[in-house]
Design a binder for this molecule. Sequence first.
Ligand code: IPE
Ligand code: IPE
Ligand code: MG
Length: 260
Amino acid sequence: MALFRIRRGAPEPERQSPPAEDWNPSGFALPRHVAIIMDGNGRWAARRSLPREMGHREGVKSMREIIRESGRLKIEALTLYAFSTENWSRPKDEVGALMSLMLDCFRNEIDELNRSGVRVRVIGDVSRLPDTHRAEIASASARTSGNAGLKLNLALNYGGRDELVRAARALARDCAAGILDPDSICEASLAARLDTAGLPDVDLLIRTSGESRLSNFLPFQSAYAELVVTPTLWPDFTAEEFHRALDEYFSRDRRFGGRK
Ligand code: IPE
Ligand code: IPE
Ligand code: MG
């Protein structure tokens, strides 16, 4: 099939997602906001005796596939954890490789994302990222800001505690400036100062690679999220795996502390 023919020097063919009609025949309501802790790139590489960087590179293919599938399913928002505030503690060469991969992604993927109607934003403290990254992030956000499709949020130098501290500072500043009465502060006024302001709460939080922890990801926004942990390593995570996580979500009884 022409679709799968590999020409020398041509980019690898994209993995093909199963058609959406083949799945969710009952038409269950999709989560509005899916967040993913994309974990296991290092182990994927180690199992193949490859450098960790190769695992991160392979992980970008999964990102592409899941972004495409989320758009096709008309999920409102997808937030992907790409680099945490704690990831700076990794060896310099790995941090460097991740930073350069990040830049490549912004440079190589934005045209396609823009064509697909994706609105790209970054959450996290971008002030610690290099100027080149900040410029690419600003340009990607500006170029795609009018798009009406998937709201894609990339978490870069993101830490949930750091985000809450920055939001607390913003609240304090507004109180000091007399714009805000401290007694009127409520959940909504805090949420409005988070990096995810304007997005719905996370409905489904997926973590790959079998680890059952949050690792400082979206603690406020995920307060009532359904958690799905899969042993699959992120570079092996496909649209089919994504469907399985969504099926698991459909089977959950979300009570929000109430009673049926
Ligand atoms: C996730 O993969 C990617 C980032 C944290 C940037 P890891 O690099 O954490 O992979 P493992 O957990 O070591 O397998
Ligand atoms: C979480 O994965 C961060 C990202 C996926 C970007 P880590 O691999 O850094 O988390 P821990 O160390 O297992 O908690
Ligand atoms: Mg990890």
